[in-house]
Design a protein around this ligand. Structure first.
Ligand SMILES: Nc1ncnc2c1ncn2[C@@H]1O[C@H](COP(=O)(O)OP(=O)(O)OP(=O)(O)O)[C@@H](O)[C@H]1O
Ligand SMILES: [Mg+2]
Length: 224
């Protein structure tokens, strides 16, 4: 098993300072096999992103456990887990520094993880995603949503993750760009044997993409 959770729970404090608590996730037990795509389906506010952020190491759980390759990992993730578990968001602009040309952000994973880098290597990797050198010289706001999402995908795949958390990565895109991203993800999974957690409020899309779907409601998760 690639990843699993045990009674994973997130309780947010209310900003009003009252003792009222907001349940983000409650006692969530999910499993993710190698090469599997699981869906987290649920309506707005049900707790999908809360779960996705805990699974990607961006949010500290209130209680419960996360296991990766049968080893318990905790916030903030380190080492292997940090490199191998990546996340793609609904709004790709959050992954990039808005003030800088794209190339600055695209170089980061190479530098952070000491990977072999040259401009040629970078250009080669973005060309597989239908992007070109010229795109790299623009600021994030000067690319289309689909282009930026492909750049974000190219950037995380540089690290060759084996788990990708996809938090509504195509919900801002038109059907063609959505299809492109999903095909790229399928290709990568077939090549790497990677596992995905696919978060969506679109049931048809979930059924199309996922091997198995969990239903999220009021922070609680049930297998479908
Ligand atoms: N930082 C926070 N502080 C307080 N409450 C939060 C915080 N983040 C999320 N919540 C609350 O937790 C619940 C779950 O939110 P979450 O973002 O996980 O839902 P979601 O299923 O991803 O919704 P959407 O489909 O709209 O993205 C909601 O009631 C939300 O208001
Ligand atoms: Mg969300």
């Amino acid at each position: 098993m690639k990843m699993r959770t045990e009674a994973l729970t997130k309780i947010y404090d209310s900003r009003t300072g009252s003792s009222e608590k907001i349940i983000g996730a409650q006692d969530v037990n999910i499993t993710l096999e190698k090469g599997e795509i699981i869906g987290l389906f649920g309506y707005s506010g049900s707790g999908k992103s809360t779960l996705g952020q805990m699974l990607s190491g961006l949010l500290k759980p209130t209680s419960g456990k996360i296991f990766y390759d049968e080893t318990e990992i905790s916030y903030p993730f380190r080492g292997n887990a940090r490199k191998n578990i990546q996340v793609l968001f609904q709004h790709p602009e959050v992954s990039f520094n808005p003030a800088l040309p794209l190339i600055k952000s695209m170089v980061e994973p190479y530098r952070l993880y000491g990977l072999e880098y040259s401009e040629e290597i970078l250009i080669d990797s973005i060309e597989r995603f239908g992007l070109h050198k010229e795109h790299l010289l623009r600021k994030p706001s000067e690319l289309s949503g689909g282009e930026l999402q492909r750049a974000a995908l190219s950037r995380i795949l540089t690290l060759e993750p084996d788990v990708i958390i996809l938090d509504e990565p195509t919900s801002m895109l038109d059907v063609i760009s959505q299809g492109q991203i999903i095909n790229m993800l399928r290709e990568y999974r077939d090549h790497r044997g990677a596992s995905y957690v696919f978060i969506s409020h679109n049931r048809t899309l979930c059924e199309m993409v996922c091997d198995r779907i969990y239903h999220v409601e009021h922070g609680m998760v049930t297998a479908e």
